[in-house]
Design a binder for this molecule. Structure first.
Ligand SMILES: C[S@@+](CC[C@H](N)C(=O)[O-])C[C@H]1O[C@@H](n2cnc3c(N)ncnc32)[C@H](O)[C@@H]1O
Length: 253
């Protein structure tokens, strides 16, 4: 199983094995809310694959890994984990950078910061500096994995409209209900748009979300699997603890 190159709030590292075992037969695999892509990087390739996220910098990173991984590796080979380099990347003006440099910057900031949030240089007395990205061929296997994948940067509705067919399987991991967002609004309105589109789907879907009364109401009639996820080893102190989550599908597993 491959490991994503970045960490991201809500990443499915703990649940990915369970999710992968529940994926039904399909020809086209579409991931609407990609984030770090734990499930995609963990599963076998499907015939056709689509990954999508609304975050422009995040998707630029995966596009650049797909097409220009050796160049990103070449730039990072001369970097190392350091507070002054971190600040330089952080304070760079994105508009002045090329797509390759933007991707390098994003990879550096997320991999060298506290909880992968890119805000503060990550250091500690019990964790080592994160070295992976500075080594030769660090991105090679990810580049290969992305080779036959469509990489999209749209809001989820557009992806459902474009790719929904009886042979499509959608993995949906939206921002959790009533939890901190990702820089864009994802409230009840967006959750209901998603629910309505999933209700009328030609293909199959699997949705992961926090276990909440309201969520249970929205998805009444679909198949529910309750799971408990332990985030006790999360790098982010505030995120530690046990959480109840739901895996909702429109097919029997
Ligand atoms: C819970 S995270 C996904 C985590 C991912 N499954 C992983 O393993 O890392 C939710 C993602 O949804 C994205 N997002 C938020 N609103 C969106 C929208 N309207 N359309 C597509 N993606 C969206 C966020 O940028 C974020 O990366």
């Amino acid at each position: 199983m491959l490991k994503p190159p970045i960490t991201r709030m809500g990443g499915k590292s703990k649940l990915r094995k369970t999710i992968i075992e529940m994926i039904p037969e399909h020809t086209c695999y579409a991931e609407l809310f990609f984030g770090a892509g734990w499930v995609y990087f963990g599963k076998e390739s499907s015939k056709v694959e689509v990954i999508n996220d609304i975050d422009k910098e995040l998707i630029n990173l995966f596009r650049m890994i797909k097409y220009h991984a050796p160049e990103i590796e070449r730039i990072l080979e001369y970097d190392f984990s350091g507070r002054n380099i971190f600040d330089e990347y952080k304070n760079a003006t994105i508009e002045h950078l090329t797509e390759i440099h933007r991707a390098t910057r994003y990879l550096y900031l997320t991999s060298q910061s506290f909880a992968g949030k890119g805000g503060h240089y990550g250091y500690g007395t019990t964790t080592r500096p994160s070295p992976q990205i500075f080594y030769k061929d660090a991105l090679q296997s990810l580049k290969e994995r992305l080779r036959n994948t469509y990489v999209e940067n749209l809001s989820f509705e557009k992806i459902i409209e474009k790719y929904d067919r009886p042979n499509t399987f959608f993995f949906c991991d939206p921002p959790y209900w009533e939890t901190a967002g990702y820089g864009n609004t994802f409230g009840e309105k967006e959750h209901l748009i998603l629910r309505n589109m999933l209700k009328n789907l030609q293909g199959k879907f699997l949705l992961t979300i926090n276990d909440h009364e309201k969520v249970r109401e929205w998805y009444e009639g679909f198949n529910f699997k309750e799971v408990e996820v332990n985030y006790s080893v999360s790098k982010d102190k505030k995120a530690r603890g046990k959480y109840k989550e739901l895996i909702i599908t429109n097919y029997n597993t």
